[in-house]
Unconditional design. Structure first.
Lengths: 301, 309
């Protein structure tokens, strides 16, 4: 570290400090464009309706008010959405992880019968798909999964790229450990549970994070297959609140706004905040694992 | 004497016996794969049939290329296809180089802690869904209360309805898409930049190269393989419009410029229940997408001697 610093200094041109200054200025500006949108919505959600509908930048809640949040705390559909999303995330996570482990571990065995056939079948689906309507008809008409959370989870349960990444990871584990366990009388399932999985925490954590984030943000399958409003996930509830001026949505927030004097702008902002806060809270702690994951994923390329 | 074939058969049986538990593990996933990934492929036949609800896919009569004739003679479809191409081209031209520029700039930055903060901040939008971002952008770009428009007013312009005016909608799509994805896409380039041999920089410095020459002759060639792979992937996605983004931001006021294949297929198929017709449109899109990936890969293999496969 010390060494590189010194080296940079030796070769540094005289314009370097100016250049660095310009770069820092550009990046501060960029940072503001990335952060201000959330701040704006946060401030909007914490002000009185009058100030919320005023134009311009909102740097600080001038007329502080928590009315919108008070309303949202009494809004049962939002909390139901939360509960449903948690169910989907948990169920989706267990299905995906089970599917990835159960397929990638056998595929990491070089002499597995039909290995090439299985791999080809999995990789092919990365490039060829039936498309929106055939999938919809399969899930909705053939399998009759309407209004079941399995309709949200199953169609995208096992991602081909996750399987390939996990397989590549399992292949890097030393063979001797497995052989030792086999000699001690462990069968394949025991080897997987007691030897392989404990060694695979990093890759399992990375895939878990991907799956959890995508299930948390998923709305489209719920839109397609769930017609019972009590089963809507958080993102679909939010979509209905946010797109209140869209015709196809019977607006949820509007009815609330009519009952009380709270403005729809602040209600919208508060519900956006309530859905975003969990992500922003865990994000700083998990960020580095995500970044690692991207790099693991790119190695296969 | 055993024939070679018999021997091979024996060894296969032995391997199956040896791996029977492994095969039991992978079996459920393969069943899932066949149902949910290969099952819909059978549904593609719908593109050549006329869907009857009672008969299902197999009971519907064949109609040859009728659906495609309808598709290609439809005025809606030609406009939708044009929108898809234009929006994808704009996203490609502006969205593809953007993360490379960001990575190059970050790479020149000499303040490591500041750099880390900027990186973290720029990744954040990647984790926020388009549903939520739609809500945020509606607030920011609102013609009456949005800060962007008050800035325009401040400089003497008149407010622009970014999400509702056909003249600005495509530009808004491109800019918001870059805003969401630039940080996350830059990770892969930053990793590539970290892998460039430090000695090459020293050599370039000794040869008297300034900053721009160093970037041009050392940095860019160093990340070229990564750029090529990302380019192939991007070309393959050219007709896979950003469905999540456009589906959420689209509204009837901007159908003329913003309706793309994905949203059109959704409306025709799910909303209007015109299953055969939208399957035909979907098949058309998937075939083009496949052709694009394969040709991009072939070209890359010829020019650079490496590709995805």
């Amino acid at each position: 570290m010390q060494n590189t610093k010194k080296r940079n200094r030796v070769y540094e041109s005289r314009g370097e400090p100016v250049f660095q200054g310009i770069l820092i200025a550009i990046f501060i500006l960029l940072g503001v464009t990335f952060l201000y949108p959330y701040w704006h919505v946060a401030v909007t959600s914490l002000t009185s309706p009058d100030y919320a509908s005023a134009a311009g930048f909102k740097l600080w809640p001038r007329e502080f008010s928590t009315d919108a949040y008070v309303h949202m705390f009494h809004a049962s559909y939002l909390w139901k959405g939360y509960a449903n999303t948690l169910k989907v995330v948990l169920l989706g996570w267990s299905c995906s992880l089970l599917g990835v482990v159960l397929s990638s571990y056998p595929l990491s065995k070089k002499d597995l019968p039909f290995r090439n056939l299985f791999t080809a079948m999995i990789v092919t689906t990365m490039f060829i798909s039936g498309g929106m309507i055939p999938t919809y008809l399969l899930v909705n008409n053939t399998l009759h999964l309407r209004n079941s959370y399995f309709a949200i989870i199953l169609p995208a349960c096992v991602s081909s790229s996750h399987v390939i990444i996990a397989r590549n990871y399992f292949m890097t584990l030393p063979n001797e450990l497995e052989e030792a366990a086999t000699i001690d009388g462990a069968n394949s399932v025991q080897v997987l549970m007691r030897v392989i999985l404990p060694l695979s925490a990093p890759i399992l954590a990375t895939i878990s994070l991907w799956v959890i984030v995508s299930n948390w943000n998923a709305y489209f399958n719920c839109l397609l297959y769930i017609t019972d409003p009590n089963k809507y996930v958080l993102q679909v509830v939010l979509r209905r609140i946010i797109l209140t001026d869209s015709k196809e949505m019977t607006s949820v927030a509007e009815t609330i706004a009519n009952q009380t004097d709270t403005d729809i702008v602040t209600l919208r902002a508060a519900s956006i905040m309530l859905a975003t806060i969990p992500i922003i809270c865990v994000y700083p702690f998990l960020q580095k694992y995500f970044v690692k994951g991207v790099l693991i994923g790119s190695l296969k390329g | 004497m055993q024939s070679w074939k018999e021997q091979k058969h024996r060894s296969l049986m032995r391997r199956i016996r040896k791996h029977r538990l492994h095969l039991c593990m992978i079996l459920p996933v393969m069943v899932w794969l066949i149902i949910f990934r290969y099952g819909p492929l059978y549904g593609i036949t719908l593109a050549f049939k006329e869907f009857r609800l009672l008969g299902g896919i197999s009971g519907s009569p064949w109609v040859g290329l009728d659906n495609f004739n309808r598709l290609f003679s439809s005025f809606d479809f030609s406009s939708v296809f044009r929108n898809t191409l234009i929006i994808s081209a704009l996203n490609f031209v502006f969205g593809f180089p953007a993360p490379i520029f960001l990575a190059l700039m970050l790479n020149e930055l000499r303040a490591p802690r500041f750099k880390r903060v900027i990186q973290s901040v720029s990744y954040l939008p990647h984790f926020i869904s388009w549903v939520i971002l739609t809500g945020i952008f509606m607030e920011l770009l609102s013609p009456t209360r949005g800060p962007v428009n008050s800035m325009i007013r401040f400089f003497g312009g008149s407010p622009i309805y970014f999400l509702g005016n056909p003249r600005y909608f495509r530009g808004t799509l491109v800019v918001t898409n870059i805003w969401k994805s630039i940080g996350w896409s830059s990770i892969i380039y930053l990793a590539a930049l970290g892998g460039v041999n430090e000695e090459l920089y020293d050599a370039a410095r000794v040869d008297g190269c300034g900053r721009w020459k160093r970037i041009w002759h050392v940095t860019l060639p160093g990340i070229l393989p990564t750029v090529t792979i990302m380019l192939i992937l991007a070309v393959g996605n050219l007709v896979d419009d950003n469905f999540d983004q456009i589906f959420n931001l689209l509204n009837p006021a901007v159908y003329s410029v913003g309706d793309v294949l994905g949203t059109y297929i959704y409306r025709q198929g799910i909303t209007n229940m015109d299953y055969s017709y939208s399957t035909a449109a979907d098949l058309f899109r998937n075939v083009i997408s496949l052709i694009l990936v394969i040709s991009a890969n072939a070209i890359s293999r010829r020019v650079n001697e490496y590709g995805l496969w």
